[in-house]
Write a protein that binds this ligand. Structure first.
Ligand SMILES: C[S@@+](CC[C@H](N)C(=O)[O-])C[C@H]1O[C@@H](n2cnc3c(N)ncnc32)[C@H](O)[C@@H]1O
Length: 210
């Protein structure tokens, strides 16, 4: 159905203010909408993917663009207990907080005018689900910065965006960070995302030492 194809009517690459307002309005219905209406399985798939790379349940993990905490909940169910969350939208973060899965929660803008508030080389892993299409692939520089050497980044990239001929940023950025040895591609299987589209489930290992 057409209204479900993008982010519920939010145009890609919207301004931070528009993104925040959009999710603030949707926050109370978000969990019900994505589970009952669009069969959103990406959070569970991403958590399971991360679990294939990170065996230590105490690993420090950031859920970047955590929204209402669906990914954190799945990671908690898999036994992870050292989770932080970051999102642009305080109303989404407030709902995530009620799930009781995150230690630290941050309101901040990925890909905004300034770097996010988190120090470099802090996380064993970063997971970013249903987010990157909005700000674009430049956010990967920030995710790499906050991840430790040999840490893992798992993110979803919708197939309809990855294969859109007008969408050039991902086609340029991903091969660039791979060829510059900032990351090593571990896998990117095509997998279910929600009822409307699949995604590529990217797993990168972060490389910081020559
Ligand atoms: C489709 S929701 C996904 C939320 C959660 N990861 C999940 O899978 O349910 C997208 C989330 O990304 C957040 N977001 C979008 N652009 C962002 C940005 N530039 N910086 C931080 N968060 C952002 C939104 O506020 C929203 O909570």
């Amino acid at each position: 159905m057409a209204h479900k194809s993008a982010a519920f009517g939010l145009k890609w690459r919207s301004s931070p203010t528009d993104i925040r307002n959009h999710y603030a309005k949707r926050s109370a219905q978000y969990d019900k909408e994505v589970s009952d209406e669009i069969g959103y399985v990406a959070p569970r798939k991403a958590a399971e993917t991360l679990a294939t790379w990170i065996k230590d349940k105490d690993a420090r993990i950031l859920d970047a663009g955590a929204g209402t905490g669906l990914v954190g909940k799945c990671l908690q169910q898999l036994g992870y207990n050292n989770l932080d969350a970051l999102d642009i939208c305080p109303e989404m973060i407030e709902i995530a907080e009620r799930k009781g899965v995150y230690k630290n929660m941050y309101v901040d803008i990925l890909g905004g005018p300034n770097p996010i508030q988190l120090p470099s080389n802090q996380y064993d892993a970063v997971v970013c689900v249903g987010v990157i299409e909005q700000p674009g692939p430049a956010v990967l520089d920030e995710l790499i910065r906050i991840t430790k050497h040999n840490g893992i980044i798992v993110f979803t990239l919708r197939v309809d965006i990855a294969e859109d001929p007008d969408e050039v940023d991902f086609k340029q950025k991903l091969p660039t960070i791979e060829s510059e040895n900032k990351v090593m591609l571990l896998s990117k299987p095509r997998t279910a995302y929600h009822d409307v589209t699949d995604c590529f489930m990217y797993s990168y290992k972060v490389l910081k030492e020559a």
